[in-house]
Write a protein of this length. Sequence first.
Lengths: 690, 282
Amino acid sequence: MEFLLEIMTEELPSAHVKGALAQLQEGFSKEIRASGIEVSSLKALGTCRRLVLTADLGAGQPDQEEIVTGPPRTAGLAADGSFTRAAQGFARSQGISVDNLQVVKTAKGEYLGFKRQKKGKSTTEILKEKLPAIISSLSFPKTMRWADKSFRFSRPVKSLLCLFNGEVVRVSLEGLEASDKTAGHFIHSPVVLTANSYQQYYQALKDNFVLVDPVERKRRIEGQFQEKLTGLKAQIYPDERLLERLLWNVECPLVIMGSFPDSYLSLPLEVLSTAMREGQQLFSVVKGKKQLPYFLGIADAPSDPKNYIVTGNERVLKARLEDARFFWENDLKVSLMERAKQLSGVVFQEKLGSYADKVARLQELVGYISERLDLRNLKKDLTEAARLSKSDLLTEMVREFPELQGKMGGIYAQRQGWPETVSRAIYEHYQPESWEDQVPDSVGGAILSLADKLDTLAGISGTGYTISGSSDPYGLRRSALGVSKIILDKKFHLSLRRLIDKSVSLLKKKLTLPEEQVKAACLGLLEGRLRFILEKKGYSYDLINAALAPGLDYLDYAEARIEALSSLKASKNFEQFIMMVKRVKNILKDSPKAKLDPARLTEKEEKELYSALKIIRKNAEGMMAKGDFAGAQKIIFRLQAPLNSFFDRVLVMAEDKRIRSNRLALLAQVQSLVDQLADYSQIVGSSENS
Amino acid sequence: MSMQSLFVGLSDFWAKQGCYLAPTYDLEVGAGTMTPDTFFRVLGRKPWRVAYVQPSRRPTDGRYGENPHRVQKHFQFQVIMKPSPLNIQRIYLDSLVSLGINLSEHDLRFDEDDWESPTIGSWGVGWQVMLDGLEITQFTYFQQAGGLELFPVSVEITYGLERLEMFLEQKDNIYNLKWSDDVTYHHLRFREEKEFSIYNFEQADTNMLRSSFAAAEKEAQRLISQQLLLPAYDYCLKCSHLFNLLDARKAISVTERVKMIGQIRTLVNQIARLYVDQEGEN
């Protein structure tokens, strides 16, 4: 039987709507099912003004047999088997004849009692009981109170509609009682509507300018985007976040298209699209990479008969662009070099000093990285780029649109005649901002970004700041992710440990924690993000554990190790090899370290193992030094045959203590070679999978 | 339509909703929220309804009279209703209709925009109201003021009068707005914008501003110790405006900014606490 719930509210932030709908669906399903009511076809939908839930529910709880117990048998039955007064009293109080009483065995002993049918509650009763708590328990990133109510919600709740099988369920919540009434579009059809089924509710809303289903709204928006753009052969500059936000913000989507004067096209593309998106929530229209003097917007209205919506948006956008031009022209009056001098007045972080201090460190660091990468020819340009990299924080454009930091610096640098390497490096040096974001295109941008992030990582960790839960105001996770992603994507062969050493040495006096602790904290953060990246790339956790066990230093090698493991995992040898390695590890677990004396190797098999080990080690280490982990891996597999014979024929735990410890020393050498590649014991074999 | 008919129209509308029409407060403030008619009255339990026009000074928004939309002083129409009526959004829409706006021809949106003013230890939850893409009103349910949790909750509606008037007159330039039938915004305000922009950005004597800030801060402290809360609050408002002027002169470093805002907030929070305590005694 059909169930329908609508919670009408004042406009919820769009980011709150989705979360609330998911919680509502989950909470409802859990609570109602737990009450013994069947739930199917459960669906949550809505807009910023209404959270809606619909489902098919059973009629009620099934009837249940229950046992009512009275006095203990000893008190209820006399010696002659007749009922005592206590038993008679109990029967009377329950409204049954005393003859219906029987002996019931319970965990606590024997009692007199009787069975009766307990009528299950109706779904309506259950809904009335459970819904208030389900609704009250919705959690939001931020809540509020209103009027003189103590209730908290994301925004004020206006009304409730609740129907089951066509009848109103009078759920009450904080002074509101549910009815069968809802309302059309707040502006365009503010009339009261009466619902008796979901279909009719949905249709009545649609007739009154509310599309309650987000899927349908999205379809309408995309269709109208197409309509507006085909004539121009243009595209919107894709912006999924904005689209998602607007999708929940409107009940009656209407795509509008407007234009702005060509003269603003002289502003950089980045400025134009940011001015449209931020505050105005408009999409910019592009043809290829060229900005056109048009925008698309999503209004919440059935139509724009007098073109007021378009012209209104045009007027406001023009004002914003006018302001952007004011910033642009003002900013160009002062060179980035001049601004760099003023950075000593801008604090980067209280204990770490100003941005001028940071810039000085970055200049050192990009020089160091360039040398390490054998890119000495870039050193001069990148030192300049580092010097100018933070100057745009003082521009009016970045003050107005903080998300343009870096980009504006790059654009201004280009206008002020700096070489391409310099301006590109500045432009790209905040990238990547997230896992999805691209790393810098240019090597210079990558190096500057790396330096900036390392400095933040080492500096902030070094002041004793740690991340707790979702709170990460300095973006340490983002910095660590950026460092790992850049090194991997750019295939930089760099020692992470030396990078951190260098970064820490530049910060030295400012750090409040001991250097070793800072380095460990940085490595910990980097390892965490590296694991995240490798997981995103599809490697399983056991391979990641195995490949990272030899320690974190050259990230390109860490990735090569895991690639090697992954490509060989399927081979038959692999599993057997792992068993073998685990066996070696087990034997060595509690053994004291000993020195191998080759002269004391007596048995044929142990001699063979030793000579095989020597050759394999030489080859494998040579390959590893060149980063060829797949090759090294294959060679090391060749240990398997001699190891097998060794275990078959040689008793490791020999009586003679000296022979025993010599054999253990031989195995220890095997293990130390293998450990350079991976900790194989971490790998879950297919036979172990359950 | 003209600026003054807008004042009159909104005053008339909100007076009918039971609001007391307060005279404009006679100190420089950054927003209508900061005047005593809002700040003190949203504290405590007593109901309150007020509406008033408040000139609001934002020195950094000066554009020498050259920008068609930004000015360093603009006019707000401020409404406070405590406790917030349950149908307040509808009342607000009616106020727009009373100005002659046919809402069905437009796109009106309540767009998430929470408000906060660290200087006066206040924050609230609400929206910016967008009319065809133009922000015409800030609509806020106050949750905290002077560092104190508020109950009952007040709703604050702040109309940006120039914005609204530009919408009504369909004008692209603020200076072309009519103040009355024969006086323009340009006539009344252009010279003021130009001279104050020069003052705010170039001429304001930062040493004088700093010492004035220090003196006003000290005076506020002294008045608090004398339990003279309204005069003490006036000196906090002076501090806030002096701070804004220093900011326009780019004379404040990031750390200094945090420190100065913190100084004002500490004073304001003390005043709020004492005020609520005193109200409790009455």
